[in-house]
Write a protein that binds this ligand. Structure first.
Ligand SMILES: [Zn+2]
Length: 187
């Protein structure tokens, strides 16, 4: 459980290496298309969910590189059955790339939330907005937890489910801004 999932990108932000736990994690998440053999040398950015997160991720990586010290963020990476809180440390590599090391810091079993199952049927004309970092969902202008959203939107059944687009909630936007602000060069 606590074996970290590691990937490294090169100086052009292409996926250069992963550890073997990466493949196990991809298969556990029903994402066999993400095993290393199939993503090697591909650019990282299309795999990041949501334009805001891509921008923040780029900024975090640049900071870690420029200031040459590790930077740690927390986020959620759930499966339908598991609420998982993760921690990722970004470490700059001497060759100009970075290594991203993710660990599970808390896991909780729950009644499966099929809304986030990659393999369920989805309606083409309905989309909900989910926060890339904490998985909260925006309902009528208000961010609510994934668990509450599923109940409020009546999505506890077998679908079909809405499409999911990704953004950042206000709390997570502030969180990343604080991380970027507080990351000053060492004296
Ligand atoms: Zn959030």
């Amino acid at each position: 459980m606590n074996v970290p999932v590691i990937y490294r990108i090169d100086e052009t932000s292409r996926i250069a290496a992963t550890n073997s736990e990466w493949d196990r994690h991809a298969l556990d998440n029903s994402a066999p298309q993400l095993i290393f053999e199939r993503i090697q040398h591909l650019p990282l950015w299309p795999f990041i969910e949501g334009a805001e997160l891509v921008y923040i991720y780029r900024s975090l990586i640049e900071k870690a590189q420029k200031e040459n010290r590790p930077l740690t963020i927390t986020y959620r990476c759930d499966t339908p059955e598991l609420l998982r809180e993760m921690e990722m440390t970004i470490v700059s590599s001497p060759n100009g790339g970075v290594e991203c090391i993710s660990r599970i810091i808390r896991v909780e079993q729950r009644v499966p939330i099929r809304l986030i199952d990659a393999n369920v049927e989805r309606k083409s004309d309905e989309t909900i907005l989910m926060c890339s970092r904490c998985k909260d969902v925006k309902i009528q202008g208000e961010w609510v937890s994934l668990e509450d959203a599923v109940t409020r939107l009546g999505l506890t059944g077998n679908g079909p489910f809405p499409q999911i687009s990704h953004g950042l909630c206000n709390t997570c936007y502030d969180y990343f801004n604080a991380e970027l602000e507080s990351f000053k060069p060492a004296p």
